[in-house]
Design a protein around this ligand. Sequence first.
Ligand SMILES: Nc1ncnc2c1ncn2[C@@H]1O[C@H](COP(=O)(O)OP(=O)(O)OP(=O)(O)O)[C@@H](O)[C@H]1O
Ligand SMILES: [Mg+2]
Length: 290
Amino acid sequence: MNTLSINNLSLIYKNGYQAVKDISLDISNGMFGLLGPNGAGKSSLMKTIVGLQKPTSGHIIFNGTDVSKDPDFIKKNLGFLPQDFGVYPKVSAYDLLEHIAVLKGITDRNERKGQILNLLEKVNLSDFRKREVHTFSGGMKQRFGVAQALLGNPEIIIVDEPTAGLDPEERNRFNSLLNDISKEVIVILSTHLVEDVRNLCSKMAVMNKGEILRQGKPAELISELKDRIWSKPIDKSELENYLSSHEIISRQLIERELHITVFSEVQPTDFEAVSPLLEHVYFRTLTQKI
Ligand SMILES: Nc1ncnc2c1ncn2[C@@H]1O[C@H](COP(=O)(O)OP(=O)(O)OP(=O)(O)O)[C@@H](O)[C@H]1O
Ligand SMILES: [Mg+2]
């Protein structure tokens, strides 16, 4: 069993902006979802965990070793799929994996070849191994990204908003690939897609403005909202009134009609009961704190 323990981690950028504020998290094998809106600090936290930037204070302990004291330890055991992979050189998928494998320290030629062919198969890119990566579609690039992250059999894999921009079919394929991988390693998935966290993650945290606002098991967080979520279609002109009298956690157009969803310990007049969803947990967490 692998363990990642983040203790009182803070990160202040050179311009003085604090992107990570005193975060503590304990993560073990399985998929961990880091959910938060744009600018929450997800990428900042992930880049700090993988050692691309040094924390201002706090500790990251991976399998008992302090990563800031021994950065090579986590690097050797880590796969990272950054949010922005950058520009792909004009080389084939196979050659690029070969290059990355060498950088990761897989020195044995046969071992490298075996791993690369195996991974291309796993991410369904065997037929495209000779094609240059910059000609791949978005979904193929993401699957290539997973293949490079898996080189060297890492114990911890960090993927930063991997499904953004993928069509539903590619997204499903990608998610089931992550799900297969996560059985024996730690996978940390950052996203703003609540559904992905609900479908995939055994544990999760909600992050905003550099802070972790909630954490736990998705099903448990949802059950805390049982009999407390209510919904009603309203006229747009009534919204102002409802905003002052109710704790509105979301509003949504359904067939052009405005529906509001509120949190309340007792059933508000004329509202209908709604089964709580992870979306409600997420929106309530965000609206409570702002
Ligand atoms: N190098 C940097 N220097 C200064 N501020 C930065 C730097 N990188 C990020 N930030 C700021 O830190 C905050 C968090 O950014 P970050 O990219 O970590 O958020 P995020 O949760 O990954 O957002 P998104 O969902 O849009 O990817 C933002 O306000 C951003 O402007
Ligand atoms: Mg990001």
